[in-house]
Design a binder for this molecule. Structure first.
Ligand code: BGC
Length: 523
């Protein structure tokens, strides 16, 4: 009988550094602050198995807003009734990812992505929430995405909810302001685990509840447009209370869905589940003790508000101190499942921002509010901007912030596994630019290389970060900004929907080329 032996050869294929990479590294000189100077960065600076990907969300790319029995979502209704963005456009067609997803998966494959983060359109798979049937066409659509990704060796990384929900849930009972929404969300999550969980190994329950709630229930600029003075002048709402109620419902919805996954699905399916926070790096405006405390408070009132309950089962001490009995509490049973609710933390990080104390100095009307933690935010100190401007007035290029935020989260949450679930750049002043200029996105390449360099530094210092997703794969519908703010690796022509790779596609391709090939020889 012939004996069988196996040999394993491991090859490292190092790509020759391209002129583009050299240009982008030199480009780091453009960042003003010394601390933002980033060293050269290679794929091999990241641990084996680290996932590099790109992200999108359903309403921003899918379009097909009424195809195949999808119902109207809150964003469909918001956009159709009030007009929702600066350019007067909406997500009815978006990038038509619903019909062009195969082409998009080919694009991901050609870049060499390890993973694709996308979200489920709730109204596509459960048009009436738990009050109606599952929509087979919706299930089929996501099955096709998942199967085709896997066929190309791309790991699906699925967000169950990213801002959009069936309008019926808003009309029936006020969506996130009502406890019933917990039940509806768990129902949706169970459908996702049941139908997709055999192939999906990374789940995010909800994208950025902290940012979504601020925009929807505090400033009232996202649907359901609820707020009160001094945050805004909405017809309905209460900016002091409703954000707290909505967050509590979102947290319990997340916690209950995670419990269901951990108990009924994870043992068989073997995946991981987490929650994604929008994470500014809050820096004190001055070196005073008060501003340093204010920066800590800003973290607690933004990131801690979401992540402390998901990791420890209670709200941050600072919030309890300043909000008192307004802040909801978790029962003993709720605490038990909440504190075990995340296998990983998802970090959406784009920018840093300055923070100033308002307990002891005069501030803006909103800075004086308890719900904000008595802090004001500022983008410049002594007339100098915190970083270069981007296409969004509240986001700046501050690469060092990546290392700082990861280290902060690592320390506060005992180095729970982390993924950078979004990081991306949009250029300012794009409206008059020609396509040839738009696709020559040197600044985006500089942004990613420098942020990645600071991320690698935090990983070298022990942070357990397991993946990085560029926001976004495609130029897409950027909420209130419409289509003029572009985060994509691919430019999308609005008339033809043709995708044109930007310079950043070649950069990402080159960067990802440094792969470890595992060759198993059997004889
Ligand atoms: C959101 C995305 C959005 C991006 C850029 C993130 O906070 O998750 O939906 O497009 O920021 O503004």
């Amino acid at each position: 009988m012939k004996s069988k032996s196996s040999t394993i050869f491991i090859f490292f294929l190092i790509s020759v550094s391209s002129p583009l990479l050299e240009a982008s590294n030199n480009g780091n000189r453009l960042f003003k602050s010394e601390e933002n100077q980033a060293p050269e960065i290679k794929r091999s600076d990241f641990p084996p198995g680290f996932l590099f990907g790109a992200a999108t969300s359903a309403y921003q790319v899918e379009g097909a807003y009424l195809e195949d029995n999808k119902s109207l979502s809150n964003w469909d209704v918001f956009c159709h009734s009030a007009g929702c963005s600066k350019d007067g456009l909406n997500g009815d067609i978006a990038d038509d990812h619903y019909n062009l997803f195969l082409e998009d998966i080919d694009a991901m494959h050609s870049i060499g992505l390890d993973s694709y983060r996308f979200s489920i359109s709730w109204s596509r798979i459960l048009p009436r929430g738990r009050f109606g049937e599952v929509n087979p066409a919706g299930i089929m659509f996501y099955n096709k995405i998942i199967d085709n990704l896997i066929l190309k060796g791309i790991e699906p990384f699925v967000t169950i909810n990213h801002n959009d929900l069936p309008q019926e849930l808003e009309d029936r009972y006020g969506s996130w302001l009502n406890q019933q929404m917990q039940e509806d969300f768990v129902y949706l999550a169970e459908i996702c685990f049941k139908y997709f969980g055999d192939r999906v190994k990374y789940w995010v329950t909800i994208n950025e509840p902290n940012m979504f709630i601020e925009l929807a229930y505090e400033q009232g600029i996202f649907p359901p447009s609820r707020c009160s003075e001094p945050f805004g002048n909405c017809i309905f709402g209460n900016s002091d209370i409703e954000p707290l109620t909505a967050m509590h419902n979102m947290l319990l919805a997340h916690g209950k869905a995670a419990k269901l996954y951990h108990e009924n699905f994870q043992p068989k399916q073997g995946g991981l589940i987490g929650l994604v926070a929008h994470c500014y790096m809050f820096e004190p405006l001055t070196d005073s003790e008060l501003d340093r405390e204010a920066a800590k408070r800003a973290f607690a009132f933004n990131v801690g508000w979401l992540l402390d309950p998901a990791v420890f089962g209670f709200y941050p001490e600072e919030m309890r101190k300043y909000l008192g009995s307004k802040l909801p509490t978790f029962s003993y049973e709720e605490k038990k499942f909440m504190e075990k609710s995340v296998d990983f933390i998802g970090i959406n990080h784009y920018s840093a921002i300055y923070v100033k104390d308002c307990t002891n100095s005069s501030c803006s009307a909103t800075g004086n509010c308890a719900i904000q933690g008595f802090v004001d935010k500022a983008v410049e100190s002594d007339g100098v901007l915190i970083g270069e401007r981007t296409g969004l007035e509240y986001l700046f290029v501050v690469p060092r912030g990546m290392e700082e935020i990861v280290n902060l989260i690592k320390t506060r949450y005992n180095n729970k596994p982390m993924f950078i679930t979004e990081n991306g750049y949009s250029s300012p002043d794009l409206q008059e630019q020609r396509v040839s200029e738009l696709v020559n996105d040197v600044k985006r390449v500089e942004y990613h290389t420098s942020y990645l360099a600071f991320l690698a530094k935090s990983i070298r210092d022990g942070a357990d970060v397991r993946g990085y997703f560029v926001w976004s794969l495609l130029d897409s519908y950027e909420w209130l900004e419409g289509y003029n703010v572009r985060f994509g690796l691919y430019y999308v022509d609005r008339k033809t929907l043709i995708r044109v790779p930007k310079l950043s596609v070649s950069w990402y391709k080159n960067f990802l080329k440094i792969k470890v090939f595992l060759w198993i020889k059997m004889h």
